[in-house]
Design a protein around this ligand. Sequence first.
Ligand SMILES: Cc1cc2nc3c(=O)[nH]c(=O)nc-3n(C[C@H](O)[C@H](O)[C@H](O)COP(=O)(O)OP(=O)(O)OC[C@H]3O[C@@H](n4cnc5c(N)ncnc54)[C@H](O)[C@@H]3O)c2cc1C
Length: 493
Amino acid sequence: MTSSSFWHEDAGLEQRPPLQTDVDCDLVVVGSGIAGMSVAYEAARFGWKVVVIDRAETIGGVMTSRTTAHLATELDDYYHILIDAVGEEDARLYHESQVAAVNRIEAICGDEGIEADFKRLDGLLVPAELAHLADVEKEYDACRSIGVDVQWAEDAPIPLPDGGRALRFPNQGRFHPLKYIRGLIGAVEARGGKIHGSTVYVDHGEDAARVTIETEAGPSISAKAAVFATNSPVNDKVAIHTKQKPMRTYVIAGPVPRGSVEDMLIWDTLQAYHYVRLQPLGDAQDLLIVGGEDHRSGEATDMGDRLAHLEHWTRARFPCFGEVRYRWSGQVLEPVDYMPYSGRNPGNRNIYVHTGDSGQGMTNGVAGALNIAALLFGQKARFAELLNPSRKPKPRRLCDGPRSRRQELQRISDRRRSVVGRRAEARRGRDRSPRPLQDRRIPRPRRDFGAAISRLHARRVPGSLEPVRNMLGLPLPRVAVPAGRQRDQRTRD
Ligand SMILES: Cc1cc2nc3c(=O)[nH]c(=O)nc-3n(C[C@H](O)[C@H](O)[C@H](O)COP(=O)(O)OP(=O)(O)OC[C@H]3O[C@@H](n4cnc5c(N)ncnc54)[C@H](O)[C@@H]3O)c2cc1C
């Protein structure tokens, strides 16, 4: 078993030498994942002189090599939630951006002769429990209201709860991400583009006409424009980072006999949802690739348990699943309003950024590249306002609503699991067997009365302690209140 991704093991990664001398170009792209290579391709195809740099030795070797590469136009946060956040018109436009991305990947594979195992297939959203059917029905209505092609399905490759049904989304896609990146590398270089690994961006400057990128080893790049496609933006420390949060997600993969699992994208409705696809593997087998078990980055340390539970989940639903041959994990960035930030960087003129992909960075990266390319070339950019990195989330969705309740439950669950995981690990000592699934209940949130009392004590307003004391039926220590404060309090009363 390996801890690197199947894609990496299967196709390897291209390497390119570091930048050695100062260069002038039309466009410099920092980051060689799906987003960076896609925008580099669009610019090179338009006739621009392009330079791509990446801090890694390899090209496309970071998150893009750890993806599962579902090319989904259905939104993993659900369209009914997106409509709540931004309204029907923007949700419709966002869906169009995803359709445009899958179409673009298909067209590029055709135009450039890239053999990346691209395939159109159905996607299936399966309720994990009957109680989730109401959400699935909401999603059906939302999709219909914004023109998403969706149908009910009575069968699914994983068991449906009694009385449940699934949603089928035709015309989704899948591909081999690293074969695709290799194709883009060839297409960019064939048009005179230069790609450099082991070249670390450290700083930049901008004047009215040019952007300068400084690299750690010394050489600099002067360009008409720069695109930062580093997944987590390295050019900006605040503006965008406050609008997204990092989540870690896990993947296992193993062989199944060809034909034993229907070839489609499958997603369930759990809080950390499972995502499943096939990848052809020789003549008689497919590789079943299953992801899930997400948590907020830094809030859990039980990776072994999570991978074990992923395997348990998989074996319970796909008895034909062979040995786990690959397992890996990676990070995605969840934007507060579910859509990526892609376009002109806040406060800059000729600097662009792409980030905030959520679990849909393959399609978002390509849609973002189309958007940035249109802005660069002065063309009509249909998604420019929608994906504008300077946008503010619409206020009504920031604090309440179904999404934030889900996030809160997820946060509580993750925190508890990391504590429970550490304790269980300590108890088990060398025994690495996974906790039983029943342990993984989401606890009901408990109010922290101790903290509430301390806060009230700190405020030293005795009247405010009364409701808490009544509520708890507890005697509370008397608090000395300064005379001035008592007067203030009486005046307010
Ligand atoms: C396990 C997993 C499963 C996923 N499944 C799916 C899926 O099914 N479908 C889907 O659409 N999306 C999926 N995603 C999301 C998707 O893979 C990512 O959003 C996408 O790959 C991000 O691409 P990127 O180009 O923005 O970033 P990356 O691929 O990470 O590329 C960024 C590059 O920037 C470089 N860089 C960073 N800092 C510097 C610097 N200072 N100087 C120079 N270079 C720098 C890095 O070395 C890196 O190569 C998944 C993600 C994970 C982790």
